[in-house]
Write a protein that binds this ligand. Sequence first.
Ligand SMILES: [Zn+2]
Length: 384
Amino acid sequence: MSASNHSSTPTSLSPLTIAPNQVLRGWGVLPESGGSIAALGTRPLVVTSSRLRKQLASTWGAIAGEHGLNLDFADFSGECSEVSLASLKSQAKQHRADVILGVGGGKSLDTAKLLGEQTHCPVVTIPSSGATCAAWTALSNIYSPDGAFAYDVPLAHCPALLILDYQLVQTAPRRTLVAGIGDALAKWYEASISSGHSTQTLVIGAVQQARVLRDILLQKSLPALNSSDGDWQEVVDGTVLMAGLIGGLGGAQCRTVAAHAIHNGLTHLPESKQTLHGEKVAYGILVQLRLEELIQGSQLARSGRQQLCQFYQQVGLPMSLTDLGLAGVSLEGLQNVAEIACAKESDIHRLPFAVSPDQVLAAMVSTQENTLFSGAIAADGGNT
Ligand SMILES: [Zn+2]
């Protein structure tokens, strides 16, 4: 067998980054986790928002006192951008940090992970909501200081330690978990289309887990959003842990397709700042399914979209540009989104068919076509 037969086989130079080294989870587990943090370093730099810093001030004080940690805090700017990373890097150096802690949502965790890689420090992620799986994955997304998606950076490791404290996550607004559900659902719709025919064992495993995760979310999300016990905790495990595991197991081939490409395009609209990552991704899933219908005539995609619209209506995920607060965006603005989504390096080209910006635009404005909700939109349109 010639060497070229193995050209597409991953080598040891691209290590598997499947999971964090250690995951601590439970109600009120953060105050108990000082020993695990101290095992990684004694001079932590905590990257977090000023709100969360205040909220957890007494917890940090107790952990530092009990384990002899010299903690310093770095304010997270709100975006994981090259500018914010440069200033954090100098703060880490000044503090002589030997471990980086990220506390917050996806963007602050992505920042802490990349800062850890750049400063050769182990990373601890402490998610404050169920909005993304960023606490788990070996990937950081870089944005412009204005919040426009720029590029992603694969990392050499998953975090050394993930601390999932349900008590902390429960203080986040309900909307963040709804967004996390949207982001986690995308795993199935994107992985199945890009890797559904893979013959690689780990990728097959990831795709099947993505299907199971979708089923769990479709079944448990509504009860979870109306209570804070059993189902809620299972859904948080789905959006924070299992979604991350699927990304880790599937690797680069099993990550994003059109739903995230649409998200990336939307972030270039200033008006899209009011909506969360997972909300834009959830809408992006509908656009992806619509593309499969329009270009391939897929009936399966059509019924999948109809099923999702019903679910979105129940849990409060956006089904349309109007729901995303983008009804007033000009045609040029939407064309620009479609063009960014179709850029040469975009993951939208992992679809099994070619797409043009015009087709993306047509899909973007018709996500509710032939659903129970299309009549309502038509009536609204008639009134304006
Ligand atoms: Zn995502």
